[in-house]
Design a protein around this ligand. Structure first.
Ligand SMILES: [Zn+2]
Length: 597
């Protein structure tokens, strides 16, 4: 390498979710996501080519961000050109922020390999770069109006921007779109459903990449050469035998990614880590799809042909890459899919050489620095999932917020549990995976934390009692147990009326009427059903007690049940009571009967 001055140019897309979920229509959401993905993976790289940025100088370019090693003299020009392309190709709908950080001279003395493995932590190069990027994002946006010829009529899709005459709907001449929305739709049409024509060269398109990973995982395409995606949310009614009027929105996001990345000291470590996590996310999703979401044939009203049977993927992907996934399935499959994504991601990242290398180096560094055990969060990667089960007709924008708040609650549970880790051994065994769900009814609060506080939790300070009518957010092994219990419950035909009575009993959240009503409901069931319900409470009670039992006092591990509650020790001076039954009842109608692997 010559003595040319080099800089890092870092990118971060602005307000991704506002752009992707700007309308309530599936096609635009999907198109917006695909367009951002292509800009990030393909267009950024093409522009980099014009600046003599070689493959090795691209540290990463996915998940809404990018990091490149660029000749310092041209760094700003490169950043601005990428910004310009983002605005152009999205019709002004999306934007991206960049920051330039010069590399220290000593990092540039050797060859490229030396640069990639140079420890940048001593000069705080990466920290300063991240600070600059954040500061640039916080600064007021430099909005540049795009030349356009609006005729004063708001866009029929988003209602925000003015429509353009030439962007009239292909099928409906009376519908007009703004540039931003019409570009989203155009991008969505790029995927035509052909499976066999998908090759390596089409990796720039999100759906082609999905198909190629599904092929790698031996997904069953049922012999079809062309499989379509759902046209709209209404088609999800045909994807399940039960709960047809409900969809499941799944939002998964890796834990502690920011904290982990902050500790990586070389460009090479960053490069490997970012690439492998991005790949683990899409493979985990593909495995979940393979296990639970085979192609279905649905009836479609076509204009020319009339009613036709069409093979369709019974799901849609609204975001995938970097470290998160947003997807939609029928409500009946959503919990199984969420569980599979979380467990597969955990497995994939634990098995991956390069990820293990990166996390081990961070673990070693933090240990050497004598950081408190709770700060050493890099044991192994995991992710949290928020699932929302909601009526098909519910405004999608609101669901997106709800899924985000369900996810946030899962992350908080995970962080709280991590705080309880006492030593290195427990840290090494700690799995931060948590899965949360919310069933949306008419009066649902958009914030899950509020729902939890108001509906599921009760603190009786006078009697020194505390009730939790939910075990959310779930560890994967506990969720597997709950879903299994729901399936067994179905075979026993527990009956909605009796489950409803039990629900009312639990929501009393006390040890008097709740217990009386609970026992009265039990008496209405046949013996086999009764045993099943009680044992299910005992099983979770046992798991809770076991995880915190005192080895010197074996009796402390004995589960105490006060049906419908199990006792779970003390919190401050209050005796704590919990139950899994309300979660069981809420999922009873949704979990697919045939389900499981
Ligand atoms: Zn629009």
């Amino acid at each position: 390498m010559n003595s040319m001055q080099k800089s890092l140019v870092a990118f971060d897309t602005d307000h991704i979710k506002n752009y992707v979920f700007g309308t309530d229509r599936l096609k635009e959401n999907r198109g917006a996501s695909a367009l951002l993905d292509r800009l990030n993976r393909q267009v950024m790289a093409e522009i980099a080519g014009n600046y003599e940025i070689e493959e090795d100088d691209i540290i990463y370019k996915h998940g809404g961000s990018g990091l490149f090693v660029v000749d310092s003299k041209r760094a700003d020009e490169f950043g601005q050109e990428v910004q310009k392309k983002y605005r152009e190709l999205t019709g002004g709908g999306a934007s991206i922020t960049y920051a330039v950080q010069p590399l220290p001279a000593e990092a540039l003395q050797g060859g490229r390999d030396d640069l990639l493995t140079h420890d940048l932590s001593k000069t705080y190069t990466l920290d300063v770069m991240r600070y600059k990027l954040r500061a640039a994002k916080d600064a007021p946006a430099n909005i540049q109006a795009l030349s356009s010829h609006p005729f004063m009529r708001p866009c029929d899709a988003c209602g925000v921007f003015y429509a353009e005459k030439e962007d009239r709907d292909e099928e409906d001449g009376d519908t007009f779109y703004c540039k931003s929305c019409s570009y989203k739709m155009k991008e969505d049409r790029a995927f035509r459903g052909q499976i066999n024509s998908i090759g390596e060269e089409k990796e720039q398109f999100l759906w082609h990449r999905v198909i190629s990973r599904l092929k790698n995982e031996n997904y069953n395409f049922s012999g079809f050469e062309k499989v379509d995606r759902p046209r709209d949310f209404n088609e999800f009614r045909q994807f399940a035998e039960t709960s047809k009027e409900y969809i499941g929105l799944i939002y998964a996001d890796a834990n502690n990614m920011g904290a982990l990345i902050d500790e990586l000291a070389t460009l090479k470590a960053l490069k490997n880590f970012a690439k492998e996590v991005d790949e683990a996310v899409i493979i985990a999703m593909s495995r979940a799809i393979k296990a639970h979401l085979p192609v279905v044939e649905i009836e479609r009203q076509e204009r020319k042909e009339g009613k036709t049977l069409v093979p369709v993927f019974p799901f849609d992907i609204l975001l995938v890459g970097g470290d998160d996934i947003v997807m939609v399935t029928s409500a009946a499959k959503a919990m199984d899919v969420a569980l599979a994504i979380a467990t597969e991601f955990r497995k994939l990242t634990a098995e991956n050489e390069l990820i293990r290398e990166a996390t081990a180096s961070v673990l070693g560094k933090l240990t050497a620095e004598n950081r408190p055990i709770q700060e050493i969060t890099a044991a192994r990667l995991s992710l949290c999932v928020g699932v929302v089960l909601a009526p098909i007709k519910y405004p999608f924008g609101l669901l997106q917020d709800m899924a985000e708040s369900a996810l946030k609650f899962a992350k908080k549970t995970s962080a709280n549990d991590r705080e309880k880790v006492k030593n290195q051994e427990e840290l090494a065994a700690f799995d931060g995976t948590r899965i949360n769900f919310q069933v949306v009814t008419g009066g649902s609060h958009p914030n899950f934390n509020e729902t939890y506080r108001k509906v599921y939790q009760h603190k009786d300070k006078d009697k020194k009692l505390e009730f939790h009518a939910s075990l959310r957010a779930y560890k994967p092994e506990d969720l597997a147990l709950l879903l299994q219990a729901v399936r067994e419950g179905h075979t026993l035909n527990l009956g909605r009326t009796k489950l409803h009575q039990l629900r009312e009993a639990i929501l009393e959240k006390n040890l008097t009427t709740a217990v009386q009503m609970g026992l009265a409901t039990l008496r209405n069931w046949q013996e086999q059903q009764r045993i099943f319900v009680v044992e299910s409470v005992y099983e979770f009670g046992g798991r809770y007690q076991m995880s915190r039992s005192d080895p010197d006092n074996p009796v402390s591990g004995f589960p105490r049940v006060t049906f419908p509650w199990f006792a779970d020790g003390k919190h401050h001076d209050r005796s704590v009571y919990r139950t899994s039954l309300l979660d069981f009842i809420e999922l009873y109608d949704f979990v697919t009967r045939e389900g499981g692997e």
